[in-house]
Design a binder for this molecule. Structure first.
Ligand code: FAD
Length: 308
């Protein structure tokens, strides 16, 4: 078996693999798509010490860095199960293969929930965005909408209102679902409109960039248009953890893996890092830090629990 088997090849998984390999222990990474969400990102301006880069470039750099070390990289491998055995932890993959690790680090990330309306996919990274911390500054002085009136949507709207010229917040339900203190703050901002009972039906564009959003006013049934340059979709982040359902690894009701300060899960020897966990603020630098930490904790576990 591997000493450390990492599942997932995004920033968290890559960092975990490098930190493990640097201890001179047997390390493997199995990932469905090496690079993870970074592959879907255009410009990255908050990866500290790198003023600006592009997602696909960073993804290549991640893989090259891992390949500097003696790490078995197994790409296009989708994990489907995890179980503990007397020898360690066994991961089952689609297609029937299994891999074993004395310790396992789960770094399977997350994905933004999409609206699935016309225009959303076409204008992704061309006005349609999911991460206000990442892409907010690209819309400086422009008009944007935030779709979703939960905590993340309202926080995004407050954050963006300080950067962009105008924010329209659209919520499907009759009331915003965010905490009252956030809603109060939002309502106090002069450049924010709040529209409830709004079902977004389309993102429109001129062929190269977003120029508007169409929604149905659920009270009147009328279709309405907002002219704008950006749409931030904030209707939830879905952790890639469904495959752990029967594994014994404790998940929150949102599907996030519960981890302690060292990244250890409820199953001894199983660690987790990055967007798939309860650690707040889903960002590249954070995922890398958490992946490194989980790897050091896995090494610590090995030296305490392995036969001499
Ligand atoms: P991921 O990057 O999601 O990687 C998960 C890995 O696990 C992938 O290799 C995936 O293929 C694999 N995987 C998933 N399920 C399985 C399975 N069952 N079996 C095997 N492998 C599996 N953050 C920033 O800091 N700055 C930005 O500018 C920025 N912009 C973003 C723009 C967009 C459009 C998006 C979507 C995200 C952006 N983020 C940004 C967030 C950032 O990309 C994530 O926080 C980060 O990638 C999380 O890293 P991760 O390793 O935890 O997970």
């Amino acid at each position: 078996p591997f000493d450390v088997l990492v599942v997932g090849g995004g920033p968290a998984g890559a960092a975990a693999a490098i930190y493990a390999a640097r201890k001179g222990i047997r390390t493997g990474v199995a990932a469905e798509r090496f690079g993870g969400q970074v592959l879907d990102t255009m410009s990255i301006e908050n990866f500290i010490s790198v003023k600006e880069t592009e997602g696909p470039k960073l993804a290549v750099a991640l893989e090259e860095h891992v390949r500097q070390y003696d790490v078995d990289i197994m790409n296009l491998q989708r994990a489907e199960s995890l179980k503990t055995t007397p020898e360690g932890v066994e991961i089952g993959f689609a297609g029937g293969a299994t891999l074993r690790g004395k310790t396992v680090i789960i770094a399977t990330g997350a994905r933004w929930r999409e609206m699935n309306v016309p225009g959303e996919a076409q204008y992704r990274n061309k006005g349609v965005a999911y991460c206000p911390h990442c892409d907010g500054p690209l819309f400086k002085g422009k008009r944007v909408a935030v779709v979703g009136g939960g905590n993340s949507g309202v926080e995004a709207a407050i954050d963006l209102a300080g950067v962009v010229s105008h924010v329209t917040l659209l919520e499907f339900a009759p009331e915003l679902k965010a905490d009252a203190v956030l809603v109060r703050k939002l309502r106090s901002l002069p450049n924010v409109d709040i529209i409830t009972q709004a079902q977004t039906t389309e993102v429109t564009g001129d062929g190269s960039r977003v120029n508007g959003l169409v929604y149905t006013d659920r009270a009147s049934g009328q279709s309405k248009t907002v002219a704008l340059e950006g749409v931030f979709v904030q209707i939830g982040l879905v952790p890639n953890s469904a495959w752990l359902k029967d594994s014994g690894v404790a998940l929150t009701r949102f599907g996030e893996i519960e981890v302690d300060a060292r990244g250890e899960t409820s199953v001894p020897g199983v660690f987790a890092a990055g967007d798939v966990t309860t650690v707040p603020y889903k960002q590249i630098v954070i995922a890398m830090g958490e992946g490194s930490k989980a790897s050091l904790a896995a090494f610590d576990h090995l030296i305490r629990h392995s036969a001499p």
